[in-house]
Design a protein around this ligand. Structure first.
Ligand code: DP6
Length: 321
């Protein structure tokens, strides 16, 4: 095979990871739970670089000068494949890159999936997790569809809690800004680990939030999932805020979306929100409310656009030349 292409979807955490246990291995300091979304994807093509002895990475057609994030993943994979090939990697995102929309998770997961197929190496799931994690701590969760647990107590084992059609919720991604974030997650997490006054509390409460979210998902109880997701999200943003320097990813548009979520709830709609390391607001809702929510958010806030997604599946190889 001369070239291989794979697609993976981003995932959004309901119980979040913010802080690392081991920087060299890029290991999260906590467990996390996410949903994988459809509609949005990274499509990554790889082939052998025949013109120079280096890996080359292109994202949305532009060559990246700093490829340090993907080198550990490639080194890990090349030990298994026993290939010394240098690769050309061309990744395209059909959504804004580097603005808190988990483009690195879907990018890395699609790269690992393409690599495995290209070299026909049939990885163990634990090797896929490791290869993804070395690139991005949230990327292993994109290896599975549906609702996913990454369990730090079980060597970061990733498992599916429910499949994408077991509980078909909608995900409305409200784009508050398409600018790249000023502080990367990686930098921000380190600042928080070293300086946030509530970082230890954040670590201590993790298992409690995981248990609550697992129960809510297994029961398909949207109200329970709302409670734990929003409290976990707000606590993470408090950890960021209480860091020194203080880290704030929310903007006025973010806040006005949250106000509308609360107003819509009063009107009887079933929905909740989460926000990552960027200003975008991800609304998870019962599909019967999606259109009403979109109309209200567009009418009342300054969002740029709303991406309408459902719960997505696992990565896949796509045959194209
Ligand atoms: C706020 O996985 O992007 O989205 O491991 O340094 O690449 P690196 O960070 P990344 O961090 C994700 C942080 C988060 C919460 C989450 O997805 O759990």
């Amino acid at each position: 095979m001369t070239q291989t292409t794979a697609i993976a979807h981003p995932n959004f955490a309901l119980v979040k990871y913010w802080g690392k246990k081991d920087i060299d291995q890029n290991m999260p300091a906590m467990s996390s739970i996410s949903i994988t979304v459809d509609s949005m994807h990274s499509k990554t093509k790889i082939y052998k670089n025949l013109s120079s002895k280096q890996h080359r990475l292109f994202i949305n057609g532009e060559e990246e000068q700093d490829i340090s994030k993907i080198i550990p993943s490639l080194q890990y994979l090349s030990k298994i494949s026993k290939s010394n090939d240098f690769l050309v990697i061309k990744s395209e995102n059909n959504f804004p890159t580097s603005s808190g929309l988990a483009s690195s998770a879907s990018g890395i997961a699609s790269l690992v999936t393409a690599y495995e197929a290209h070299y026909d190496i049939e990885l163990k799931m634990s090797d896929r997790v490791k290869a993804c994690m070395l690139g991005s701590g949230s990327a292993p969760r994109s290896l599975l569809g549906g609702f996913v647990l990454m369990d730090q107590n079980r060597s970061y084992r990733c498992s599916q809690i429910l499949g994408k059609s077991d509980w078909p919720l909608d995900v409305l991604i409200c784009i508050a800004s398409t600018e790249s974030k000023k502080i990367s997650s990686r930098e921000g997490m380190e600042i928080s680990r070293k300086t946030s006054t509530i970082y230890n509390h954040w670590l201590d409460i993790n298992q409690e939030h995981i248990n609550e979210a697992l129960e809510a998902i297994r029961e398909k109880n949207i109200l329970k999932l709302e409670r734990v997701t929003e409290k976990n999200c707000e606590l993470m943003h408090e950890v960021m805020k209480t860091s020194s320097p203080s880290i704030v990813y929310k903007t006025d548009v973010t806040r006005s979306c949250v106000t509308e979520v609360e107003n819509l709830r009063v009107l009887g709609h079933k929905l909740f929100y989460t926000i990552d390391a960027g200003p975008q607001v991800k609304i998870i809702c019962d599909p019967s409310s999606s259109n009403a929510i979109k109309e209200k958010i567009i009418e009342k806030t300054d969002v740029i656009e709303i991406i309408h997604a459902g719960i997505g599946g696992s990565p896949r190889v796509v045959n194209e030349n």
